[in-house]
Every structure is written in C-alpha cells, then in structure tokens.
Write a protein that binds this ligand. Structure first.
Ligand SMILES: Nc1ncnc2c1ncn2[C@@H]1O[C@H](COP(=O)(O)OP(=O)(O)OP(=O)(O)O)[C@@H](O)[C@H]1O
Length: 382
C-alpha cells in the first residue's frame, strides 16, 4: 500500500498542511517540538484510530480550535481510498471513507496498515506488562479489525465486574455480626464470571495465535541481526493458561481460576483473573532479556520484533504495510541501520523522523524524499 498524500487541518500544531509523498522513503527533518512526531501520529491514527501518546481527542485538536481533521489518499492493490478522521475538542470523533461517513468506526480499521517504531518501543522489553499487551493488541487490531471490538467488550465486562466486586467488598465491610447479607450480588457475580470467561477467552486465544506466528519471524530476524550468535524466544504468558486453542476448554480454565481466586478478588474488590494481566516474555539464549539483556541486545530485539510485525502484516493483509520510524534510526548503529535498510528496501513505504541528517547512511539519503518540518509547516529539501 502506498500513502500518496496526507492533509492535516487543525491537528496538533498543524493549521493547514498538505504533504505529497513522492518516494518510498520520506525523511522528516527538524528541531525538537516542530511537529515531526505529530505527523506520524496522524498516520497512526488513520491506521488504528489510536495514538500511543494521547488518549484524548481534545489534546490533538489545535489549541483554541474546536475541530481537527486528518485526510489521506491511500493506494491499495484494489484501488485508491480516501480516508478522513475528524476530531473534536468536545464531542465524538467521526470517520469517513471515500467521503462517506461511516456509522461504525470498526469499518475504518484495517485499511491503512502501519508498523510504528519509536524510541518508546525500546521500552517494550523493560517496560510494564501493559506496554507489551498494548503492543500485541495493536498488531491484532491491524490483522483482524474485529479484535478491537472483542477487546472493547472484554474491557466493558471487566469494568462492570470490578464495580460489582467493590460493592461486595463494601457490603462485607459494613456487615454487622448479626446482619443478614443479600445473596443478590453473588448471583450477579456468577453471571459476570460467565461473561468474563467468554469475552476473555476470545482475547487470550487470539493473543496466543498471533504470538505463535510472530515468534518464529522475530527469532529469525534476531538471529540474522546478531550474526547467528543469539537465540530469541518470544513466549506468551497468559494469566489464564490455555493448553489448546479450544474455546470451551479455555472458558473452563477461566471459570476454574475465577473460582480459585474468589476470596482474594472479593477482599481486594478487583478482578485478578483474565487477559488484562497477561504478559509476553522475551529470552535471549534462555536468559530473560528484561533483566540481563544489554541495551544493544534489547535494541536488536525490538528491531527484530518490528521487522517481524512488518512481515506478518504483509503476509496476512497481502500488501506491505507502512513503516513509521519515529526518531529511532539514529539510535541504531550502522550495522542495525543496514539490516533495516536491507529488510525494507523499497517494498515498505517508510516515513522517518530525525533531528539531523548526519546519522544517515548516504544510501538512505540518496533514495529518500527529504522534508523539513518547522513549527507545523513542511517544505521540500530534496
Ligand atoms: N493540540 C495542539 N495544538 C497546538 N500545538 C500542539 C498541540 N499538541 C502538540 N502541539 C505542539 O506540537 C509540538 C510537538 O511536536 P512533535 O511532538 O511532533 O515534536 P517533534 O518535531 O517530533 O520533536 P521531537 O524531536 O522533540 O520529538 C510542540 O510544540 C507542542 O506544543
């Protein structure tokens, strides 16, 4: 797929800006806080309807404006598509395809596929489990947009079950020795258990499946970048174990664990069982990368994961996704830069941000469109 142009109106620090992408690689160069990451964020939003930086639409709309817009023209194998996203400082966002407003945001997902690689991703290994869950979820959403809905349903059940557990805890705390306790919350809890198991097993099974496909790809990249000296293993650590990919078996395992954790859950007033407590483990030569991996090894690992994402999305979607490199290239040594260059060639359209061109290999510079970004304005340099 190829992003031909992007138009930003009142989005972040862009008042009105049109960018035509004229080469498979575009380097956006500029000082700090000029709007380079904002532009990549706009593409990320068109891809997943999520930004890894901010949850609030209000913060993404240009200060003092009430509405911001991101529009793009994308070429896919089946034809051109016009994407439009309108953000409001108050009120709901709306999405449009080929200028027609869509009723369901789900239908907007999976049209523009992109893999994002920013310096924040270097935190994927050392960061919290939530970081790794979000990473996994964003891959899944791209591969299978319905996953966004599945996850939303799970989170909704989780919130409601947590509220009920808090009510139960409060009731317990306020109970006098001779007081009679209502059975109703417990009956209600059994209903929520069943819903949590159903929705949770959908999430867990999908996460397991995607990792099963991603892990060998990442392993092979990691081996090649490390000169075959390191063996990477990527393993899913689900909160509810799944022995096989069978919905009923996973739901039963879920219900068994809920039963087992009943008292701590009611004491703490929160749900302790489910994929909101999953993690992903990375080991290098059988040692946890988190605690032992050097900075260099962790960089290799994250680069391998990103390359694996590109490959997997390409395999599943049938077209190469975009690659968004936000300020990470300079952090990779020449060897890793070249590995990346070899891997993407001209097959994956790549948008790269940087504060200086000095860190780039001459080959990169010669084959790229170079744009300068200054206070929300974009000019062509080469
Ligand atoms: N809603 C908004 N309205 C106006 N300006 C905004 C808004 N949100 C962010 N900005 C501005 O955008 C700028 C940040 O841009 P961005 O994050 O793209 O930086 P960058 O060019 O990638 O620089 P760096 O190299 O530091 O990452 C800041 O000046 C910030 O004040």
């Amino acid at each position: 797929m190829y992003l031909k142009c992007l138009k930003l109106r009142q989005f972040r620090n862009y008042r009105d800006c049109l960018v035509n992408f004229e080469a498979p690689k575009t380097i956006l160069v500029g000082n700090n806080a000029q709007g380079k990451s904002n532009l990549l964020e706009a593409v990320e939003l068109l891809s997943t309807l999520k930004s890894h930086r901010s949850g609030r639409d209000r913060e993404m709309v240009l200060e003092d404006a009430s509405m911001g817009q991101i529009q793009a023209l994308l070429e896919r194998a089946y034809g051109s598509v016009e994407l439009g996203l309108t953000l409001r400082s108050q009120g709901r966002r709306t999405v449009a395809l080929n200028r027609e407003s869509l009723r369901r945001q789900l239908d907007f997902l999976g049209i523009l596929n992109a893999v994002q690689f920013s310096s924040l991703d270097l935190d994927l290994v050392r960061g919290s489990p939530e970081r790794r869950r979000n990473w996994l979820d964003s891959i899944l959403t791209q591969l299978e947009p319905i996953y966004a809905y599945i996850l939303q349903q799970y989170n909704q059940v989780l919130r409601q079950r947590n509220a009920l557990l808090k009510t139960i805890r409060k009731q317990e705390e306020e109970r006098t020795p001779e007081g009679v306790i209502s059975k109703q919350p417990q009956t209600e809890l059994a209903l929520w258990d069943a819903q949590l198991a159903t929705a949770g097993s959908r999430v867990t099974r999908r996460r397991a499946r995607v990792l099963q496909r991603l892990a060998p790809l990442a392993q092979s990249w990691h081996s090649s970048i490390s000169g075959k000296t390191e063996l990477l293993e990527v393993t899913y650590a689900p909160n509810v174990n799944l022995e096989k990919d069978d919905p009923e078996a996973v739901q039963q395992a879920f219900l068994d664990k809920l039963h087992h954790r009943r008292f701590p859950e009611q004491r703490q007033g929160i749900t302790l069982v489910g994929p909101h407590r999953d993690d992903v483990e990375f080991t290098i030569n059988q040692t946890p990368a988190r605690s032992y991996g050097s900075q260099g090894q962790q960089r290799t690992l994250v680069l391998a994961l990103k390359l694996a994402e590109l490959k997997l999305i390409e395999e599943v979607v049938g077209e190469p996704p975009l690659l968004l490199l936000d300020d990470v290239l300079a952090e990779l040594d020449p060897n890793r830069q070249n590995q990346l260059l070899d891997a993407i060639q001209d097959r994956f359209q790549t948008l790269i941000t940087t504060t200086h061109l000095g860190a780039f290999d001459a080959q990169w510079l010669n084959s790229s469109q170079i744009l300068s970004v200054q206070a929300g304005q974009i000019h062509t340099l080469a």
